[in-house]
Design a protein around this ligand. Structure first.
Ligand code: PEP
Ligand code: MN
Length: 350
């Protein structure tokens, strides 16, 4: 559990927050000392002066300290002030040049680094930043999911969660520690608990939650910070689940259901293969009659009829339409190959 203010504003604010968090089950204190602001003219952090306050709070309350670094000079100052953990912000992760500069500054240094997702929905860019730190010998790297930029605030979020992206990162790198930052996802202190619970249900291993003694007076991210008292309530209300259970009867029931599901999945794939076969035959007919592979009217009909059928089963129409977009795309790809040259279909599908 990582908590602390968005920004280290004053010595008093840092000490007061640390004092309140010290009695709670918090493993790491966070505070921004250089703040990446979207537009100029806002509070941009207290820099090196704030590092002194963090050192003082660490000594007084025995709390390890984490800060954001965006430039090699930040790394150097952080190390000089015995900061325990560094994080890379979302607006730095997008830039491989900058990430490499940070990594170079950390070559041969033994300090944990947490990498926030880039603001754009690119899992490779996120993984690439993580790899740059690993390549210079950082052993302890974690990923922080803080949501993704979009135009407007769909769903009322400041940054869209796009859960499939952190899930894909974890699929590729199962050993990577995944931390969720509900503060920057929601931008709204009323919704922190909901996203924190979702993160627990999605098997995240940690949370970073912005905490301020007087959130409304915060110099940055006021709407999303919670008091230490409120943080305590959120944590007390969280249901933390396990990936595994030792309950034998639950395990047997799951095993039974999984076998049924394995069989269904096998049938789904067999059916898809048959569907592709049909689509191949249609490709031959279309080629013979000099017709286009893609026919907008037919695609509209598929969306309509499959969407209606989904609704009969209380399945969301969007889900089935999205699935059919993928299936139809593959059919068209295969038919295009047939239109061009029959032999290509085989070579593209060894
Ligand atoms: C922060 O943690 O305060 C911060 C600036 O985060 P992000 O890089 O996720 O915007
Ligand atoms: Mn913030």
């Amino acid at each position: 559990m990582i908590a602390g203010p968005c920004s280290a504003e004053t010595r008093e604010q840092v000490m007061e927050t640390a004092a309140a968090l010290a009695g709670m089950n918090i493993q790491l204190f966070r505070a921004g000392v250089w703040k990446p602001r979207t537009r100029p003219g806002q509070f941009e952090g207290n820099g090196a002066a704030a590092l002194e306050w963090l050192q003082e709070a660490k000594a007084a309350y025995n709390l390890p300290m984490a800060i954001e670094v965006a430039e090699p000079a930040h790394v150097e100052l952080a190390l000089k002030h015995n900061i325990d953990v560094l994080w890379v912000g979302a607006r730095t992760t997008v830039n491989p040049f900058q990430v490499q500069h940070l990594a170079d500054a950390l070559r041969g240094v033994n300090i944990p680094v947490m990498v926030k997702n880039p603001v754009n929905t690119d899992v490779d860019l996120w993984l690439g930043a993580i790899e740059r730190f690993e390549q210079v010998g950082i052993k302890d790297v974690a990923a922080i999911h803080r949501g993704f930029s979009g135009y407007g605030a769909a769903g009322g979020y400041r940054n869209q969660p796009n859960w499939p992206i952190p899930i894909e990162l974890k699929r590729r790198r199962p050993e990577l520690m995944m931390i969720c930052d509900p503060s920057h996802i929601t931008g709204n202190r009323e919704r922190i608990a909901e996203i924190a619970q979702k993160a627990m249900d999605m098997h995240f291993e940690g949370l970073m939650i912005e905490t301020h003694p007087r959130p409304d007076e915060a110099w940055s991210d006021a709407a999303q910070q919670v008091t230490p008292q409120k943080l305590q309530e959120i944590l007390a209300g969280l249901i933390v689940r396990d990936e595994f259970t030792s309950d034998m009867s639950a395990l047997m029931q799951l095993e039974y259901l999984r076998q049924l599901m394995d069989n269904l999945d096998a049938e789904i794939i067999d059916l898809l293969a048959k569907r592709m076969e049909l689509s191949g035959k249609m490709g031959e007919v279309k080629r013979a009659c000099n017709m286009t592979a893609y026919q907008p009217g037919r695609w509209r009909e598929i969306v309509e009829t499959r969407g209606e059928r989904a609704q009969l089963h209380l399945l969301p129409k969007e889900f089935i339409v999205e699935l059919y977009e993928k299936i139809h795309h593959e059919s068209i790809r295969q038919q295009l190959a047939i239109l061009e040259d029959n032999s290509k279909v085989k070579s593209e599908n060894p």
